[in-house]
Design a protein. Sequence first.
Length: 105
Amino acid sequence: MKNLLMLRRNAGLTQQALADHFHLSQQTIYKYENGHAQPDIETLKKFARFFNVTVDFLIGNEDANEEADLDITADEKLMISKIRRISPDVRTALGAFVDSLTDES
């Protein structure tokens, strides 16, 4: 998986932290990042959702994702990194909270 290492590092995660999040071993993440093993399709989909990229980007079939083209600040990158590490249900609640702050009604 060509882009897993880059995505993990950009998110500020260690191999162990990523492994823990997905209930995998650190060695499994190492093998994925170094091409010694390939995840099953469900794991690929979970990684793609977690990093907010396509499976194609994750495996190297796309050169860049839309986020890479955005002009975001260092503070925004840090916030994105933190958001990606929270659980999906907390992320949903956070999204609803942010929506309430930006509601134009």
